[in-house]
Write a new protein. Structure first.
Length: 222
């Protein structure tokens, strides 16, 4: 806990207000690809489960129209506080469970789902990606980041995962096939290190390497 506190203090990561992970002020390689793709976006971009809105901030600064969503209304208050007045007209805030959202078909050019889909279980997980596919316009980009099962050196959690997997549970972990089943073309998928140079050594040793999964997928043109 002391390592976590000092990590919070270094200004790079902050615990979420609803204890659903941390907000990290660093753009990982997959989110970086997404942000580049959204450059010059002519349709709205949704940052779902946006936390304190780090991705939203980048998108707005680059001129995009953004729908920032989070299940915690207090997080959206913080997003509003962080965004400069002159960019607010391009921002819509939606406090809701992202799996319950209902955007018009083909209305979004990009969807970011950063480090929260691991909170879903099946069938909500599968249904969410089917909806995301519908919401995206053809050629639109979906970016998902999710903590890998073995990110955290927590043997009891890993044992539970192995038990679920062996019993044939449909969603004991991640599968990019589910994106393909929903119709997406997976362009890039892999593991990366959610490692921050300024982490204290004690915190770095708590995280396994290659601890986070990133996926960039597109909705192909029909
Ligand atoms: C680990 S934080 C990541 C925040 C941000 N996406 C990022 O990468 O910095 C997870 C966030 O997802 C939100 N969240 C979790 N489940 C959600 C859901 N079903 N719908 C919308 N937001 C959700 C939490 O409130 C929290 O802000």
């Amino acid at each position: 806990m002391s390592a976590l506190t000092s990590a919070q203090l270094d200004g790079v990561m902050q615990t979420t207000l609803n204890q659903m992970g941390w907000s990290v002020e660093i753009v990982d390689p997959y989110t970086g690809i997404f942000l580049k793709r959204m450059h010059g976006a002519r349709q709205p971009v949704a940052d779902l489960g946006c936390g304190f809105g780090i991705v939203t901030e980048h998108l707005l600064a680059d001129g995009a129209t953004v729908i920032a969503n989070d299940i915690a209304p207090a997080h959206l208050e913080e997003v509003k506080r962080r965004i400069p007045d002159e960019q607010r007209a391009n921002l819509t805030l939606v406090a809701r469970d992202a799996t319950q959202l209902d955007f018009p078909a083909d209305s979004l050019v990009g969807i970011m789902a950063g480090r929260w889909v691991h909170f879903l279980t099946s069938p909500a997980f599968r249904e969410f990606f089917q909806k995301a596919y519908t919401w995206l316009a053809s050629g639109g980009t979906l970016c998902v980041t999710v903590h890998a099962m073995k990110a955290w050196c927590a043997p009891d959690v890993c044992r539970e995962y192995e038990k679920n997997r062996e019993s044939g549970m449909e969603w004991p972990g991640w599968s990019a096939n589910w994106l393909e089943d929903a119709g997406f073309l997976v362009e890039k998928a892999g593991l990366y290190d959610l490692m921050i140079p300024s982490y204290p050594a004690s915190y770095r040793s708590y995280l396994a390497s290659q601890n986070t999964i990133g996926v960039v997928a597109i909705k192909p043109f029909r």
